[in-house]
Ligand binder design. Structure first.
Ligand code: PMP
Length: 423
């Protein structure tokens, strides 16, 4: 029953989505574990859609935040530079950008991923003096009007109440099957004076579509986009809100492809502790806004800076990368074995790093797996345009044993769905 949730149903807007899937009220969390009000334990294979890469209540990060607060560190500091921000700027510069040979200026666009995307689109339009933007089928970029216009999901677009324009959608890598290189369509459109499409200011792309169904672009395709951007003087915006901060195995998800985006959007786990924080990385020559041209009361929260600075320490000695690699491998092995066992039901395994999932022939099965997993104490969600993908994305810091325990629960859930049902 939903007795626990009566309060929420009466007092909170219907736009909530969680009551539908997780029929309980949560009270505590630590690492990759959560507990509900009744003390029941759950394994987190969702991690706030990528906001909790270092786990819940990470002790290293928490002690920094607590120390900072106990020492009367400033929390809100509109229009004032702070030590906490200074430390974050320097740490990000020296520990993240420099070792990767990247040169960006940092901009704090507001607390959310949506804010970062919105700022990126605005900058690209101001820099180029053009309005059109290329985005891709199944893309997810956010809920405000600019970012929503670049989001492919028709259901979510329908919530806008106004017509959304300024975007040309092209097929993402793999959208037209494995053999068709969709970047050729972009090339053709850009070179065809009769295409009827205004020259775009920018191309905005996710290296893998988190909400759109774990479609991963190949390095080659991303490199093609980059060279088309250079050729046609469009800015390349990588939306790394969900895939960034290590989800795919490297701090930035585009490192493997070796591309150099003009603008990078980061949020979710950049705040380290699940604190709202977003970052827009811009090539220095695109730092064209005048003071006050883009503002916001909650741009840059100092608790976020403190947490984010400590989170960067996870990237200093290579152990996190190694753990991601090992975990990714065991998740892959498990999913492939499962897909082979239920070949008639499961179409394929998708994703990489610590965001992988099962694509079901019948989308209802993906939802059913999530519900059954929840009954067994695993939190996970679906993605994809038809919610046909059951998505595993635990915190990167999850213990090996807990990961295995969670996967065993998924195995039991699938067995309950298929093996027993068919006897
Ligand atoms: N871009 C991508 C790729 C995302 O996955 C998301 C969130 N799911 C966003 C943007 C929007 O971020 P937020 O929900 O923090 O506004």
């Amino acid at each position: 029953g939903s007795i626990d949730q009566d309060v929420f149903k009466q007092l909170e807007s219907e736009v909530r989505s969680y009551c539908r899937s997780f029929d309980t009220v949560f009270a505590k969390a630590k690492g990759a574990r959560l507990w509900d009000k009744k003390g029941r334990e759950y394994i987190d294979f969702f991690a706030g859609a990528g906001a909790l890469n270092y786990g819940h209540n990470n002790e290293r990060i928490r002690s920094r935040i607590v120390d900072y607060m106990m020492n009367d560190g400033i929390t809100h500091s509109l229009d004032m530079a702070t030590e906490a921000k200074e430390r974050f700027l320097l740490t990000f510069q020296h520990k993240i950008l420099k070792p990767r040979g990247l040169s960006y200026k940092l901009m704090f666009p507001g607390p959310t991923g949506t804010n970062s995307v919105e700022s990126a689109l605005k900058i690209a339009r101001k820099v180029t003096g053009r309005t059109n933007v290329i985005a891709f089928t199944n893309a997810f970029h956010g809920m405000s009007l600019g970012s929503l216009a670049a989001t492919g999901n028709a259901y979510k677009r329908g919530g806008a109440g106004v017509s959304l324009s300024g975007t040309t959608f092209l097929p993402y890598d793999g959208y037209m099957g494995p053999l068709f290189d969709t970047s050729l369509l972009m090339e053709k459109m850009l070179n065809d004076a009769g295409s009827g499409v205004d020259k775009p200011a920018a191309v905005i792309v996710e290296t893998m579509q988190g909400e759109g169904g774990l479609n991963a672009a190949s390095a080659k395709w991303l490199q093609r986009l980059e060279s088309l951007c250079r050729e046609h003087e469009m800015l390349l915006i990588v939306d790394d809100v969900q895939m960034g901060c290590g989800r795919t195995g490297t701090f930035f998800s585009f490192e493997e492809a070796g591309i150099r985006p003009d603008i990078v959007c980061l949020s979710k786990s950049i705040g380290g502790y699940g604190l709202p924080m977003a970052l827009t990385l811009i090539k220095p020559e695109y730092d064209i806004w005048n003071p006050g041209e883009h503002n916001g009361t909650f741009r840059g929260n100092n608790l976020g800076f403190v947490a984010a600075t400590e989170a960067i320490a996870f990237w200093e000695d290579g152990t996190l990368e190694l753990r991601i690699k090992e975990h990714s491998f065991s998740i892959r092995k498990f999913l492939e074995r499962t897909a082979a066992r239920y070949g008639g039901k499961i179409k394929e395994v998708r994703g990489k790093g610590m965001i992988q999932g099962l694509v079901f022939n019948n989308p209802d099965d993906a939802g059913q797996l999530c519900r059954k997993a929840f009954e067994r104490g695993v939190i996970m969600e679906t993605s994809g345009s038809r919610d046909e993908v059951a998505k595993l994305m635990p915190p990167l810091t999850i213990e090996k044993e807990l990961l295995a325990e969670g996967m065993a629960k998924l195995e039991a859930s699938l067995s309950e769905m298929y093996d027993f049902a068919e006897q």
